[in-house]
Design a protein around this ligand. Structure first.
Ligand code: NZQ
Ligand code: ZN
Length: 385
């Protein structure tokens, strides 16, 4: 029986030349901190447009937020917020910068040790600074959700928190700002958003007809445009469709009232923190083997996926499921993302090293049925070699 609440307060401003809208979206009297990553937003002119649009507002800047943003770096931004009495945060970048900005928003107002924000998965947050975003990389959906992932470098801990207090007030999505993305990041974006949809769709049926059809439409959109986005020169329509698909994949809509998995993501975080793989690389490795190892509990949805997403209608049920998983893997590989641990020089002897931190981080009952134990993860890693 469907039973849920759904609310998403983020305003999306979508289209070419929309950065100038910052002038109406950011309060005139705000003391704004613009947060960004490495050099990409400076090089491609996004930051210049942001500075112009902010006009006479009191503006400060904090650069250097890394991919997989680190607690250590973000705490320096928190110091700046306090020193300059910042009251509005503007993230300019991809998921790492937006996630990092969400953390700064919560940490700047937090009493006590800010790492508690992660330890309590956001539960300890009672207030946060307002924030907005200018997105330059379509992948995570962070621009329209209340999640953030932060890594503590000193302990190699990649942890997440979520609280409605860090929903962006607005996000500007100008698809032309993604034109400078290298193929690797474009492919990562397709794989990440594909896996977000899979984690909310490939569980067990609950008669959520709208969520299912919507998820299938998003997956088919990615299958249609993914290889084109990665392998062909930039064009507005495919970048725009990728951006909107990635946003819709993780803004709460397709997840409303349905069981959710997230084992691929949570196990993947260990691969990133131990071996430095990109977030989406971990998903490309783990999703096919996760589906394979857990095919019994996901049987009905895997069959639905095989038929409706990949058009597979012949052969035995097992054969259709095998083919659907294989097509998923081939799809990732068609965009240049490797799907085997061995292709990233990770061998069988690393499996213990990967399973141990799962236990240490309390990741012992994952998945929509809480049946993904460290032992199941071991099988998934073994199937991913
Ligand atoms: O640092 P700069 O120089 O800006 O370069 C970035 C970075 O190196 C570059 N880039 C971004 N926009 C660009 C560009 N290069 C050229 N042109 C542009 N327009 O891309 C690189 C990767 O950026 P990053 O922000 O790290 O990528 P992504 O958006 O994939 O974010 C990944 C992070 O998001 C987390 C991941 O765990 C990871 O830490 N996630 C956040 C989620 C959420 N908030 O809901 C959900 C996801 O599942 C994910 O876990
Ligand atoms: Zn993801």
């Amino acid at each position: 029986m469907l039973n849920f609440e759904f609310q998403n307060p983020t305003r999306i401003v979508f289209g070419q030349d929309t950065i100038s809208r910052l002038d109406t979206l950011v309060p005139n009297e705000a003391r704004v901190l613009v947060l960004y990553g490495g050099q990409s937003a400076e090089k491609n002119g996004t930051l210049a447009e942001v500075r112009t649009a902010l006009g006479q507002r009191q503006r400060y800047e904090f650069g250097g937020i890394e991919p997989n943003p680190s607690y250590e770096t973000l705490m320096k931004a928190v110091e700046l917020v306090h020193a300059e009495k910042i009251d509005f945060l503007l993230a300019v970048g991809g998921g790492s910068v937006i996630d990092g900005t969400k953390f700064v928003a919560a940490a700047a107002k937090f009493e006590g040790d800010p790492w508690r924000i992660l330890e309590t998965f956001g539960g300890a947050v009672t207030q946060a600074l307002p924030l907005g975003a200018v997105l330059t990389l379509a992948a995570t959906g962070s621009e329209m959700n209340f999640n953030a992932v932060v890594t503590r470098k000193s302990t190699k801990t990649k942890a997440f928190f979520a609280t409605p207090l860090v929903f962006p007030q607005f996000s500007i999505l100008d698809p032309t700002k993604t034109y400078t993305l290298p193929a690797r990041q474009l492919a990562n974006g397709v794989v990440d958003s594909f896996t977000h949809i899979a984690e909310q769709y490939l569980t067990y049926p609950v008669n959520a007809l709208v969520q299912d059809r919507f998820a299938e439409g998003l997956l088919q959109t990615l299958i249609e445009i993914g290889p084109k986005v990665v392998n062909e020169p930039a064009d507005y329509d495919s970048r725009a469709n990728l951006s909107w698909t990635a946003t819709m994949a993780l803004n709460g809509l397709i997840g409303a009232g349905v069981p959710q998995d997230w084992a691929t993501h949570l196990v993947g975080h260990e691969l990133t923190s131990q071996f430095g793989l990109d977030h989406a690389q971990t998903l490309a490795i783990l999703l096919p083997s996760m589906l394979h190892v857990r095919r019994d509990s996901k049987h009905a949805k895997l069959l639905q996926y095989a038929e409706r997403v990949w058009g597979l209608t012949t052969g035995s049920e097992d054969e259709r499921i095998d083919q659907a998983i294989q097509k998923t893997r081939t799809f990732f590989e068609s965009m240049g993302v490797k799907t085997r641990l061995s292709e990233y020089s990770i061998t069988a002897d690393a499996i213990d090293k990967l399973v141990q931190p799962l236990q240490a981080h309390g990741m012992t009952q994952l998945g929509e049925l809480q049946d993904v134990t460290p032992d199941v993860c071991r099988q998934v890693y073994a199937a991913s070699l």
